[in-house]
Structure formats: structure tokens, C-alpha cells
Design a protein around this ligand. Structure first.
Ligand code: SAH
Length: 243
């Protein structure tokens, strides 16, 4: 039961510079029974520095999945959480860390869930945060709020693990219809953008915040597969009329 839940959870590290941090992340994960690590274009990996820092969690490094883009790492996930030390201009829906831990356990009983961590120096870009349903912030010193990458993973992993140590109130499944995976949402956003350009509602030379705002709107709704199909069907109908 425990392992089934945790098997559906993946940690995604985006453009990590220091292999030592990747090793430390593997160790942090293993202490909290997580095992799925996705690496989006790490600077150096595999690397002895990663292996040394992983201690007995080398198996996680051996099984880590390397991908070229964040999109690939989260394509089949229905819930994607992004972590960030700082607020963004376009405020993204956020969840406090304890609530996020509960939500992740609840949803991982049904489908793959990703937690995304950014670059050591610059974190996640706005575009990357916008691929996430929610942003998680670890409350910290307002004058020095940026934790080491592996420390951030450790805290989030612990908040998740806490919920499996407690009696499982979340074990029952909500009778929800099948949620759309990230790749389907991405397909919808690209289709929508095309149509809005065709309609001259969106000027590609001056896109402003329109697409991120629409993405945020649809993200909030946690769209089901069937709903994505309806929306895409509507877009196709608009395109047929236009042509
Ligand atoms: N200067 C960067 C911080 C990078 S720290 C920034 O402003 O975002 C590397 C990564 O660790 C971050 O991308 C994030 O995934 C995680 N992290 C560090 N501190 C965090 C915090 N207080 N809350 C949530 N995630 C944090």
C-alpha cells in the first residue's frame, strides 16, 4: 500500500549544476521512501560526486531517468507541483507545504504526481512554473529564503511521508473521472494559442500575459480528459469555420 502510493510520486530536478546535489537529493528521497528521480539536462551526470553524496541511495541514481525537457518529465502526470523560493509576477496558485504533502499522497493513489525543483542559482523559470498546477513555497527567513536544493527536496519529501505514517484517511478514492495528463493540457494550450492567433485576438509579436493567464485558469479547473476533448473539439470547429 505504502509503496504503491510512493511509486506514483516523482522528483524532477531541472538543469542541476552540481552533481553533488543530485546525490544528496537521492539520499534525501530514499530516507523518505521515494525512489523515482527524473533529471532534466543535468550539467554533469553520472558523476563520482553524485555517487559519493548519495551514500546508500545509489540505486536511485542508477535508475534516474534523463530527459531533455521538463515537458517530457511530466507528460504523463495529472498533478504537477513546482517549488519556488520566491513569489512571481503572475501569482500562481500556491499550496502550503503541509497541505501539498496531503494532496500529493491523496492523488498519488490514482495517478502519477510530479514535484519539480529548479536550478541552484536561478530556480525555475516562469514558463516552468506555469506548467505546474500549484507552486509550493517552504516558509523560510524572508531575507534568506533560498534553501539548498537537496534540503528543499528533504523537506517536501518529509511532508509527503508524514501522511503515510498516519492512519490513511486519504486511502479512499474520490469518484472522479479521469483527469487529463500534462501532455494533454499542453496540447490544449498550444491549440488554443493557434486559434487565438488565427482570430487575431492574440498578437504573437505582443503576447503579454494572455497565455499564462489562460493556462492558470484551466489549471485551476483540474480538467478531465473528456473536458479537454470538448475544448479541443470546439477549437477545431472554430478553425473549420475560419478556413
Ligand atoms: N534563487 C532561486 C533558488 C534556487 S534554490 C530562486 O529564487 O528560486 C534551488 C531550488 O530549491 C529551487 O528552484 C526550489 O526548487 C528549491 N527551493 C529552495 N528554497 C526553497 C523554498 N524556500 N521553497 C520552495 N522551494 C525551494
Amino acid at each position: 500500500m505504502l509503496q504503491d502510493l510512493l511509486d506514483n510520486i516523482r522528483v524532477v530536478l531541472v538543469h542541476t549544476s552540481h552533481p553533488g546535489n543530485i546525490g544528496a537529493v537521492a539520499r534525501a528521497m530514499k530516507t523518505m521512501c521515494l525512489k523515482n528521480l527524473y533529471l532534466v539536462q543535468p550539467k554533469l551526470f553520472p558523476d563520482p560526486a553524485a555517487t559519493v553524496r548519495a551514500k546508500q541511495a545509489e540505486d536511485i541514481l542508477d535508475n534516474a531517468i534523463l530527459v531533455d525537457t521538463l515537458q517530457e518529465a511530466i507528460a504523463d502526470c495529472c498533478l504537477v507541483m513546482g517549488t519556488s523560493a520566491r513569489p512571481r509576477n503572475l501569482v500562481w496558485p500556491s499550496m502550503d507545504i503541509a497541505q501539498a504533502g496531503k494532496q500529493i499522497i491523496k492523488e498519488s493513489s490514482q495517478y502519477p504526481v510530479a514535484i519539480v525543483f529548479g536550478r541552484e542559482r536561478t530556480g525555475l523559470t516562469n514558463e516552468e512554473i506555469q506548467m505546474c498546477h500549484y507552486q509550493i513555497n517552504i516558509p523560510a527567513n524572508p531575507h534568506y529564503s533560498s534553501l539548498n536544493l537537496a534540503a528543499a527536496v528533504q523537506i517536501v519529501a518529509y511532508e509527503i511521508y508524514k501522511n503515510v505514517m498516519e492512519p490513511m484517511e486519504s486511502a479512499h478514492k474520490d469518484p472522479v473521472n479521469e483527469l487529463a495528463v500534462q501532455a494533454e493540457l499542453q496540447g490544449l494550450y498550444e491549440h488554443l494559442e493557434q486559434v487565438l492567433i488565427q482570430l487575431a485576438y492574440l498578437d504573437p509579436a505582443q503576447p503579454g500575459q494572455l497565455m499564462p493567464r489562460l493556462q492558470r485558469l484551466y489549471n485551476r479547473a483540474r480538467l478531465e480528459k473528456a473536458e479537454v476533448n470538448i475544448l479541443r473539439g470546439m477549437l477545431t470547429a472554430v478553425q473549420k469555420k475560419l478556413n
